[in-house]
Write a protein that binds this ligand. Sequence first.
Ligand code: SAH
Ligand code: AVI
Length: 321
Amino acid sequence: MDVIVRSALGLDRDAHETFLADVIAGLTDNPKRLGAKYFYDAAGSRLFEEITRLPEYYPTRTELGILSERADEIARLIRPGAALVEFGSGSTAKVRVLLDAAPTLAAYVPVDISAEFLGAEATRLQDDYPHLKVLPVAADFTGLFELPPQVRGHPLVGFFPGSTIGNFEPHEADAFLRRAARILGPASRLIVGVDLVKDEQVLNAAYNDAAGVTARFNLNVLIRINRELGGDFDLDAFAHRAFYNPARSRIEMHLQSLARQKVRVARRTIPFRAGETIHTENSYKYTLARFASLAHGAGWITRAVFTDPADYFSVHALTQG
Ligand code: SAH
Ligand code: AVI
């Protein structure tokens, strides 16, 4: 399977330089921070797939339930011959529900930063849907990127499941929604999965699973820095911390230094105080009204909103016109 590489991040040297610059900027900032997109090398993508199967991690199975239950209604929003563009496609498990419900789809464009995982998943999907044009694009969706030329002339539908939109700051989510409108063009549609505000215990458990998979996912960014940027992080000297911040309606993930220590990264020395944290991810939780207002502010019209009986998760069908 050929993966089209878009934007600097797909090119090995530029990707390396960008990763290095972002890591140094983040680790020399106060408080220290790293971008959540850096979790996803091939190992990070596999760990995320493990997370989706955890009993505590309700978002994946809840969203899959909504998609399966409402597949026909969602499919009616997809015009015949359309191309479906998925942002952050991961394992492509969810899109299969839409592909089965909308057999007139002509093409599927999975877009993901995790290029190796993307190639393997796209090949698997192509084998299972031989009549569909599967056109994977390795790109960073926090910037503009071009779609493959084969989708020109097709009506376009965006698909952004998983509440990956919650990993953006609200102003970044606004920018993403505007960028998606530009990439998909006028008269396009966008189906977005959004995790909802709920009982704090449920939220905290989802990001502190008993098996420790989320901790391994969080620590994977340090493994990447050690391997790709010549770092010497001692993984036993950092601990996974995740908690709901009600004032900001978000789960925060951090890596906490268990001692006062110095870490070398790309020939620089980064000092840590005992207890100091690196902020590695936010996962914003929305109310239906708050997400609708974000989408409308970015120029989208809500056509339908689907939720599960417990109101844990929501799927929003948006249109441009
Ligand atoms: N859509 C899947 C996977 C969600 S995990 C699901 O709903 O289960 C988030 C996915 O987005 C991962 O596959 C990750 O590699 C990808 N991703 C994260 N940040 C990205 C970025 N900036 N650009 C492109 N893909 C990104
Ligand atoms: C991909 N994203 C929506 C996940 C989330 O829930 O914010 C990433 C994740 N982080 C920890 N567990 C899962």
